[in-house]
Design a protein around this ligand. Structure first.
Ligand SMILES: Nc1ncnc2c1ncn2[C@@H]1O[C@H](COP(=O)(O)OP(=O)(O)OP(=O)(O)O)[C@@H](O)[C@H]1O
Ligand SMILES: [Mg+2]
Length: 589
């Protein structure tokens, strides 16, 4: 409940005035039938026009008062609930921004989006209903019962019998409908996840001609939601006929009892009409309470899901960092007996006992078959994940002891699945450093070999990019991502297969520019292309999460089997047989 406190505190007046005006409106509801009864009993019965006009004017005044109270009540209820939702949405979004990769892995992206949007909207509409009805409905219920007693005790007894019976029926309906609503909510989730995954990956779906499969998958999820919704809503729909039946039966009883009293002259017709109005007010109030309860069940499920996001322990932070002032100046990196696994409850390590040293300014290539742990390894340098054993040191300081901001300011990573955002090219480039001058942007693009195509655009650096940089080619996107990382002016630059879509000649030009222009920067490049490694200071070869060899091209080609395999497969287009390859000792870093 803590998540609601700031908004409730800030908008306390809405949370008080909303219900207050709604209660005022309810008070008007009791008085109107009373005045109406007076007009019929005293005015119409005796033909007293003045009395009718006088009471009619009171009724008109009362209706205006109720309209005002109703509008104000709704206004504060809407304002309070919308601001509450806004605040919780902000908290949830901020929390997700603090998440580590491991935290994000735990929730799916679709589920996080549903929680921040749909679930919070659910809380908003429940809060609004609650503010409008939480006091109004009980006041209306009690008030209408009291007014009925004041009008005619015998008739009021009918209400006293019908209210508990109807309340029991409504409770039964809610009891059955409530778990069905929970199931319906889960199905809405499944649908949202499906839509999210499909729409974000529409291009892949089209390229694999999987539209029909996706349509079928969607149809099944959609059908499922429809079935569960019908099952849940069917029960809710029952509320109406049950209430109508109760109203009709009770009205019949009231008219039968009242009819006899009217005939013997112990009751007037106006009293009967007022009575029937009170009766319907009682039933409306009961229905509203049932609605609050049902919406509450759905909101409780949403509340749980939002709390899960907010209470998730962010597993990477620098709260206990011992060297918060340490800044990266040289760009030295050392892995000391590092082991890592994604799933902490398994014993299977993805990286196994990795040790090596990189000196500041060196150009390092990481090679290895797919799934060998290259991306995982570089993720540990900027603490996207934390090691399970051993330590990663940057400039001699354990990364866990550094301030996250200082560390990530100086370590620029171009991730394997990198993306651009909607906005201009210049805006995208300034992500790393919002104060970068135009010259700095141009220089970064020159090194990343992006200047040529950016200049060829009519609007140059002001060219608008679509979401994800969809209006660029794969290779152009990759080069802009590299340029963006360079604008940050890091001490350590890591490229994870970031030139895979770039032709070999351009790739060679990028490497040449790196060597000439970025001398003081440590450059770590993951690549599948062995030709990109020939001029590296060091090549780290990974094989099934272990270091299979470290050295330059000349040493590895003589001594390292996995390196030789990659080399010959790319050189000749086929792998050399094992008998042709000499076995290698792992070179020391
Ligand atoms: N977020 C994750 N959660 C769980 N397991 C993961 C995650 N990311 C990678 N893995 C697993 O860790 C292993 C190493 O993956 P990694 O991405 O480091 O390989 P890689 O060498 O970069 O491969 P590629 O060349 O295909 O990019 C793989 O077996 C993969 O299934
Ligand atoms: Mg990878």
């Amino acid at each position: 409940m803590d998540k609601y406190k700031p908004a409730v505190k800030k908008y306390l007046y809405c949370f008080i005035l909303g219900p207050f005006f709604m209660v005022l409106e309810a008070c008007g509801e009791f008085i109107l039938p009373y005045l109406n009864a007076n007009i019929i009993n005293k005015g119409a019965a005796t033909g007293d026009v003045e009395y009718i006009l006088e009471n009619g004017a009171y009724m008109l005044l009362m209706a205006a008062f109720m309209l005002l109270a109703g509008v104000l009540g709704a206004h504060f209820a809407i304002k309070g609930s919308a601001n509450l939702a806004k605040d919780v949405r902000r908290q949830t979004f901020v929390k997700v921004q603090e998440y580590s990769f491991a935290n994000i892995d735990k929730f799916s992206t679709g589920s996080l989006i549903t929680r921040i949007t749909n679930d919070i909207t659910q809380i908003q509409s429940f809060t609004q209903t609650l503010l409008r009805g939480v006091f109004r409905s009980p006041v209306m219920l009690i008030g209408a019962v009291c007014m009925s007693f004041a009008l005619n005790r015998r008739l009021a007894m009918v209400i006293c019998i019908v209210v508990p019976v109807l309340a029991a029926c409504i409770a039964l309906i809610i009891k059955i409908a409530s778990p069905r609503y929970t199931v319906m909510q889960q199905k809405i989730d499944a649908l949202n996840n499906n839509i999210n995954e499909t729409i974000t990956n529409e291009r892949v779906i089209k390229s694999f001609v999987r539209e029909d499969y996706e349509k079928e998958k969607f149809a099944s999820v959609n059908d499922n939601l429809m079935e569960k919704s019908v099952k849940a809503l069917k029960m809710m729909i029952l509320l109406q006929p049950v209430s109508a039946l109760a109203i009709n039966v009770t009205t019949l009883c009231v008219v039968w009892i009242a009819g006899k009293q009217i005939m013997v002259g112990s009751m007037e017709i106006g009293t009967l009409t007022a009575f029937i109005t009170y009766l319907s007010q009682v039933l409306t109030a009961l229905n509203f309470l049932a609605n609050i309860f049902l919406q509450g069940t759905r909101a409780a499920a949403s509340d749980r899901r939002i709390s899960e996001v907010l209470k998730e322990k962010v597993d990477i932070n620098d709260d206990n960092a011992k060297s918060k002032d340490a800044v990266v100046t040289r760009g030295d990196i050392e892995f000391k007996n590092v082991s890592f696994r994604y799933f902490k409850n398994t014993a299977q390590n993805i990286l196994k006992d990795i040790s090596f040293k990189i000196n500041g300014g060196e150009y390092i290539c990481i090679l290895g078959s797919t799934g060998s742990g290259k991306t995982t390894l570089i993720s540990l340098i900027s603490r996207l994940y934390d090691v399970d054993e051993g330590a990663v040191l940057v400039d001699g300081v354990d990364v866990r002891d550094m301030s996250l901001i200082h560390l990530r300011e100086k370590v620029s990573v171009v991730l394997q699945k990198n993306t651009l955002f909607s906005g201009t090219i210049a805006e995208n480039l300034r992500w790393g450093n919002e104060n970068a001058s135009d010259e700095e942007l141009k220089k970064a693009c020159k090194i990343a070999q992006a200047s040529e195509f950016v200049d060829s655009f009519k609007d140059g650096y002001e060219t608008e990019l679509e979401q994800g940089g969809a209006n660029l080619s794969g290779g152009q996107r990759q080069r802009l991502c590299i340029a963006r990382a360079l604008v940050k002016q890091p001490k350590i630059l890591i490229l994870d297969d970031s030139t895979s879509a770039v032709d070999t000649a351009t790739d060679a030009r990028i490497r040449k520019a790196f060597r000439e222009e970025l001398k003081g920067m440590t450059k770590i490049v993951i690549t599948q292309r062995i030709s990109s490694c020939f001029d590296a200071d060091k090549i780290i070869v990974l094989d099934e999460g272990r270091i299979a060899g470290i050295g330059n091209h000349e040493t590895l080609i003589k001594s390292c089997v996995p390196y030789q395999e990659i080399y010959y497969s790319q050189k000749d287009g086929k792998e050399k047989s094992h008998s042709q390859i000499s076995l290698c000792p792992v070179a020391n870093a």
